[in-house]
Design a protein around this ligand. Structure first.
Ligand SMILES: Nc1ncnc2c1ncn2[C@@H]1O[C@H](COP(=O)(O)OP(=O)(O)OP(=O)(O)O)[C@@H](O)[C@H]1O
Length: 281
């Protein structure tokens, strides 16, 4: 299925560096490639030329240890940070003909509202904690031009219902909710404008195991129902195993292995991936 279709998202050679670099950065490339920073000037090369594709209706998992560059990749893709170099094209945006990283801030806002949505590990980044939950979802609808109160109320209630926030609590602020509920409100908010792409960054990290399982089930159910394409980032291969059709393994800002999730789990090629898989057993 995935090979014959045009991808809905294509990222080419994304580079993100923190620091200005020095003349030694590239002379010491071998040494630097072993890590993700230049030992001379300490510039961090968080993403070192990442290229990937996302296909319609699939869940793509990105796994890697802390510091491997997963979150930086997501933040750059969602314009929370500016890329240093690279391009990305989305089929639903200008028919995939425009590099989204080169768009002006108004266009980037449009892409964040209509084309992609993000669920963050830290709900404080995705929600206004002291607004009502229904207000949080409505905010995203307003940002995309909706003004009709009755529509916004019914759409927000429908989405909060979908993520199993009890109807008698939808006017409560997320600051009163448990971690799992806050993540569910974030998911409802992210879905409000029916984006074709959903980005999920360590969304279950820090939650109790049973709460984690509920959120993962919810993500799976939503993907099945809405056929939305997702990129899910986690340091936990068990999370990726449960959700992802395809998996990318990152280390030191680079992709070291990728393939169907089953393939990666059954026959990991890179020593780091082998270590990850063995730690699951
Ligand atoms: N604002 C920043 N300034 C300098 N270095 C940064 C900054 N943000 C991230 N880094 C560095 O970039 C590298 C990649 O970080 P990133 O957070 O993307 O990794 P990660 O795989 O998502 O890990 P984690 O799950 O722990 O966040 C790390 O070496 C990190 O220290």
């Amino acid at each position: 299925m995935y090979c014959t279709e045009e991808p809905i998202l294509k990222v080419n050679n994304m580079v993100k560096q923190f620091g200005t670099g020095c003349s030694n950065c590239f002379n010491l490339e071998e040494e630097r490639l072993e890590k993700n920073y230049c030992p001379c000037c300490q510039t961090v090369y968080a993403c070192q030329g990442l290229s990937l594709e996302l296909y319609e209706g699939e869940i793509l998992g990105i796994v890697g240890e802390s510091g491997s560059g997963k979150s930086t990749f997501m933040r750059c893709l969602y314009f929370d940070q500016e890329v240093t170099k690279g391009s990305a094209y989305i089929r639903a945006y200008k028919k995939g003909q425009a590099n989204i990283f080169e768009q002006n801030s108004q266009q980037k806002r449009y892409i964040r509202n209509q084309i992609m949505a993000m669920v963050y590990q830290n709900p404080y980044l995705g929600l206004r904690m002291n607004f009502s939950s229904i207000g949080n979802v409505a905010e995203k609808l307003i940002a995309s031009g909706n003004r009709e109160v009755s529509y916004m109320t019914s759409r927000a209630s429908e989405l909060l219902n979908k993520v199993k926030i009890p109807s008698y609590r939808i006017r409560e602020a997320p600051q009163n909710f448990s971690g799992g509920m806050q993540q569910r409100v974030q998911i409802a908010k992210a879905l409000s404008n029916n984006p074709p792409i959903l980005l999920l960054d360590e969304v279950t990290t820090g939650l109790d195991l049973s709460v984690q399982a509920n959120v993962l089930d919810l993500i799976k159910r939503i993907q099945r129902e809405l056929k939305i394409s997702m990129i899910i980032v986690s340091h936990d291969l068990a999370v990726i195993r449960m959700l992802a059709d395809r998996t990318i393994v990152m280390l030191n800002g680079k992709i070291i292995e990728q393939g169907l999730t089953d393939q990666i789990l059954e026959d990991p090629q890179h020593p780091y991936t082998q270590q990850l898989v063995h730690s699951l057993l």
